[in-house]
Design a protein around this ligand. Sequence first.
Ligand code: SAM
Ligand code: SF4
Length: 579
Amino acid sequence: MQRCQRWGPLASVSWVLLRTCRAHSGLPSTACSSPERQQEDGVWKDFSSRLATGPTFQHFLRNASVPQEKPSSEVDDPPPYLTVDELSGRQRKVYLETYGCQMNVNDTEIAWSILQKSGYLRTSNLQEADVILLVTCSIREKAEQTIWNRLQQLKVLKSKRLRSRVPLKIGILGCMAERLKEEILNREKMVDILAGPDAYRDLPRLLAVAKSGQQAANVLLSLDETYADVMPVQMSPSATSAFVSIMRGCDNMCSYCIVPFTRGRERSRPVASILEEVRKLSEQGLKEVTLLGQNVNSFRDTSEVQFNNAVSTNLSRGFSSNYKTKQGGLRFAHLLDQVSRIDPEMRIRFTSPHPKDFPDEVLQLIHERDNICKQIHLPAQSGSSRVLEAMRRGYSREAYVELVHHIRESIPGVSLSSDFIAGFCGETEEDHFQTVSLLQEVQYNMGFLFAYSMRQKTRAYHRLKDDIPEEVKLRRLEELITVFREEATKANKAFVGCTQLVLVEGLSKRSATDLCGRNDGNLKVIFPDAEMEDVTNSGLRVRAQPGDYVLVKITSASSQTLKGHVLCRTTLKDSSTYC
Ligand code: SAM
Ligand code: SF4
């Protein structure tokens, strides 16, 4: 069985940095007032001389071999220049802040799981933090600008830190660390550590190095890191749903997208470890899991040799991929089947899929299984075949529309959502109009719309011209948003008069007398908090609690929300969504 390697395979080394930067660390060179800091200063001299002798080649070879699984309390072997004690968090408090997509939410849970095991404590109070870690996103320029701005605020916090306290350490994790690497350390000298998306296991070492006043970074991309053995720690213990990462990276290389460069090659987590995590979540009483990945339905677990025969991947009709067809492995339909059998009361969702990977067996399974939500995210990006070709999406408008029809025939009542980019390189008014007309033709229930943001390294950056003026991009984006809202309102109004099965999440943010939950199609449903019958326990009157399934009669709809009144508490198995 193929296992993830602790340091990533040496063949995929892109960049690793560990540098001495005491002058920039904010640490004075003389002893300071706190005893802890005095001790640290002494330790630093010793540490520096040990570091100078450095890890040996043998050390890296040893760590690149297949690791043995360890009991959760055991601390990993320290590198030769650190002691187990230096590697430990010694109850230092970590504040984690997440930006970007759901993958980053899950990555934050993974990073925290690793740090917790290493003896760190978690805090939600920025002021009391000893370590601040930002889990970052690079997908658009604006996402990165938000982080640069945040670093300015943290710089003030760091400079005001009382000298009697342990120095504050700041780290950049995730896609921005991977994309900008050294540039971040050079531009913001107050950043102490960088960890790319495949380097979270290395966080205790990076923080131990940073503690001694040096900047430390690991932005190695791995060919097989899936964090399969790391059980993410749920941020909100009262939550009804959780994300479960099933694959990482992307091989599609859409011409506009930075993800293949920041998250590396596509790799899937072994089915057995996913099932184990879902089982645990079910035992904890969670009622919904969302299987996560950049290309969730390209899932292909090759860890079990007996399934690696020459069966090639089935693509959706009329679709092609930018890479050579992959052979063998356990595919998404198999995983979805297995996951949905664990707990019939647990809803299963998945995101983000690519339209090319919807073979009939996946659609049939979604149709047949009560607990797999009838909701498909089908990112189109554009309605113009000419633009789709420039984006290297592997389909035409016609093939996409045919897939929409096929999905709607296969899964009656399915909810559809999509992503669109306005103002991609060379997009004409006619191309834009094609996107408007696709929004009208499909009538999505939900949509995520963005203005194109040129990213260095991508194919579009090298080969195409970012020639649509900013104001035109924004005007087109506004037009797309307006049309999307009109069409979504029409699509969602079809629910008025219907009864929907809603998984209750808690109080509505806008009113303390209303509850909020989601229907099978993932639309938000708001309804008054009222007493109701419990159909599984005849005669009992109850009020809905988070994690309950209730039937709600829908009375009104907007582009984003449904409203109604609650009928009864039920179970997923006993209910059916009927109109
Ligand atoms: N893998 C999914 C797919 O195939 O569509 C999407 C994942 S991507 C992280 C999320 C969305 O960000 C994309 O669907 C796209 O609409 C948007 N996006 C990606 N790169 C972008 C860019 N350079 N400018 C604007 N939006 C972008
Ligand atoms: Fe980016 Fe395309 Fe991969 Fe989605 S499929 S993550 S848009 S490269």
